[in-house]
Design a protein around this ligand. Structure first.
Ligand SMILES: Cc1cc2nc3c(=O)[nH]c(=O)nc-3n(C[C@H](O)[C@H](O)[C@H](O)COP(=O)(O)OP(=O)(O)OC[C@H]3O[C@@H](n4cnc5c(N)ncnc54)[C@H](O)[C@@H]3O)c2cc1C
Length: 602
């Protein structure tokens, strides 16, 4: 039986004590209602729904799965009920603007709700999360008319959204897409086939609104020739009622490794009526506005699954009796001691906890920057925060999802063979977590985005948005007796990252392979340094309050583990990057083969 408790105290520490969001957000337009009392109330309500409905339908969603019959897709009954409850509670409209019927709560609060959803039911979290992405995309790029029709329906749960990019012959290289759109009167006719479309068909909502990438007849070749279209499954009449069925059909759904509760559809668009979103040929820009939100949300999938895996592994480690403490029996009256006495088990748990805490802090810190980038009255502050979000988005997507897989695997390991069988639910977490480094742009592509685009952008302007506050923190806290043991290794790691960035910028100018070869290591190095900075922010607060209760004392120990055992990994990444691309590019293609024939030589 899987257990789960929402990490409310962890969020209180991060949001209230470290980030002081009450002060930070005070005065931002339409955020007046987001008082701490209100946030606590919503957090409790979300917690109840997540445990009672989302978690209880998670295993059912996995075993029953979404089913397909003659073009119709049915979601498992428990998951359907769980979606209904959250919609009826009004909580699914937390992020929406008041103008369209939303509650307009700060982004930073959504990190909590996103994490809870993905901990308790990642399939449902992704199914419903896409509508949030669709909302933001349409809000940023849609015409007023489209916004008035569709945004309120996204918020009240009547319509769900999808994003339709992938085709059989292209996933990463979207310049190759073949789906076409032909103008007709004020609208367009869209034709083509999309694959792997999450929530492309289901029975959770009255209508499904597809955001589809397609090419106009006069499109320039490649990625510059892509436009974005809104294609409803059922056409909407002028009075807002539902009209005729549009030419969109679900051909099949995929059998897959995890997230069985979420249907992954092949969609056929046959002369479907669609409406242009944004400008012609600028569809990728609009779609990426959806994906930036989505990418941070995908990072939360990694974090959510890591957290629930961790919680269950910890319970098991306290309960399961195997072997004795290396220094002598801890529980002599029992046949054996609990797993938790063993250093190797503690190593796995502490690593998970140190990574989870800093991942959560990194997400909340970035989400606060999103709030500032949208709401701050000062344009310079808005721009600076927007830069920071641009920089951190691929890092959050990539680092949190990679650690989601690592942590769900390590926590399964703590169960031994009992983790590998279905009974304890741990293998589902591992299978579910595995998609997150793949979708919304693979982590390899996120690394290229960071190293190839974000790093050089504006002559390093984006990098400085991270480096400057981190360096300023070092200067201010260098003399702090408590923080010294953390500030010194952090300064080395940060300077190492700056050095690597310079090295790559110089080498990359003459040889693009240098960027490609270094990108994934650079991503890990950057991710770990940013987590180190997050730990410093948390430790500063923890030291100030360490005499108040054990929560703070424990935070200091967990933070120390991060600095002793995890941050040093930045060094090996820097060394790997320093070796350059020569060796990996020098192996001839046939040198990759596993040699198959006996040579006959002695
Ligand atoms: C369960 C599931 C749900 C999905 N949901 C959606 C959805 O809702 N909407 C949607 O549009 N898509 C969706 N996808 C598709 C997903 O986003 C793609 O699978 C992903 O973008 C990768 O594309 P691909 O599978 O074609 O791999 P490819 O593009 O063929 O890539 C294969 C490998 O090569 C690497 N690679 C490719 N190009 C480069 C390069 N230039 N440099 C370095 N490495 C490179 C990639 O990182 C990857 O490791 C979903 C997929 C799955 C499995």
């Amino acid at each position: 039986m899987v257990e789960y408790k929402a990490p409310k105290r962890e969020y209180e520490f991060i949001l209230r004590e470290v980030l002081d969001i009450e002060k930070e957000l005070a005065g931002y337009e339409n955020y007046e209602e987001a008082t701490w009392d209100m946030i606590e109330m919503i957090a409790d309500q979300y917690d109840e729904i997540a445990r009672e409905y989302w978690l209880s339908s998670n295993a059912e969603g996995d075993t029953v799965g979404a089913t397909f019959d003659s073009g119709k897709v049915t979601i498992s009954p428990g998951m359907k009920e769980a979606a209904k409850v959250v919609i009826e509670s009004g909580l699914s409209s937390l992020f929406g603007h008041k103008k369209y019927g939303g509650m307009e709560f700060p982004n930073v609060i959504n990190t909590y709700t996103d994490e809870l959803c993905c901990s308790t039911n990642m399939s449902l979290g992704t199914l419903m999360g896409l509508t949030k992405g669709g909302y933001h995309c349409l809000h940023n790029y849609g015409s007023e008319e489209l916004k008035d029709i569709y945004l309120p329906k996204f918020l009240n749960g009547e319509y769900f959204a999808t994003m339709c990019l992938t085709e059989a012959h292209c996933g990463t290289d979207l310049g190759l897409i073949r789906t076409k759109a032909v103008p007709e009167n004020e609208a367009f006719r869209v034709s083509g086939q999309k694959i792997f479309i999450t929530a492309g068909e289901h029975d959770l909502s009255d209508n499904i609104i597809h955001l589809v990438l397609a090419k106009l007849p006069d499109a320039p070749p490649g990625a510059k020739g892509i436009s974005l279209f809104l294609v409803p499954k059922i056409l909407v009449n002028d009075d807002g009622s539902l009209g005729d069925r549009n030419g969109v059909n679900c051909v099949s759904i995929e059998e897959k490794m995890g997230v069985h509760g979420s249907p992954t559809c092949v969609l056929s668009f046959e002369d479907s009526l669609g409406y242009l979103v944004g400008e012609p040929h600028k569809g990728l820009e609009a779609m990426f506005s959806m994906m930036n939100n989505e990418r941070i949300a995908v990072g939360m999938q990694g974090l959510g699954v890591a957290e629930i895996s961790y919680q269950n592994a910890l319970l098991y480690a306290k309960d399961r009796l195997q072997g004795r403490d290396l220094k002598g029996a801890k529980k002599p009256s029992e046949e054996a001691d609990p797993l938790l006495v063993h250093p190797d088990i503690r190593r796995m748990l502490l690593r998970a906890k140190a990574l989870i805490d800093s991942s959560r802090m990194l997400s909340a810190w970035t989400a606060l920057a999103i709030d500032r980038s949208v709401k701050d009255p000062d344009e310079n502050i808005r721009r600076a925060n927007n830069d920071l979000v641009e920089l951190m988005t691929p890092i959050i997507k990539s680092i949190l999802t990679d650690y989601g897989v690592e942590i769900s695997s390590e926590m399964l390991q703590i169960f031994g063979g009992h983790g590998y069988i279905r009974e304890y639910g741990m293998e589902q977490f591992y299978r579910d977590a595995r998609i997150a480094p793949i979708w919304e742009g693979t982590n390899g592509i996120q690394a290229m985005d960071l190293a190839g685009r974000k790093m050089p952008q504006g002559m390093g302007r984006l990098l400085r948005r991270f480096f400057h506050p981190a360096l300023a923190f070092i200067e201010v806290n260098r003399g702090d007796e408590n923080l010294k043991e953390f500030v010194i290794p952090f300064e080395k790691a940060l300077k190492g990252l700056q050095k690597t960035s310079m090295f790559m910028a110089q080498k990359g100018l003459s040889n693009p392979y240098e960027i490609g070869a270094a990108a994934s290591d650079y991503m890990k190095q950057f991710g770990l340094v940013s987590m180190g900075y997050m730990w410093l922010l948390m430790l500063k607060t923890a030291f100030l309050k360490q005499d108040e209760d054990d929560f703070y004392k424990n935070k200091i120990i967990i933070g120390r583990f991060f600095f002793e055992r995890i941050l040093p990994e930045t060094l090996s990444r820097a060394i790997a990057i320093g070796t350059g691309s020569k060796t990996m590019m020098s192996l001839p293609d046939d040198g990759f083969e596993s040699a198959n024939k006996f040579s006959g030589k002695a």
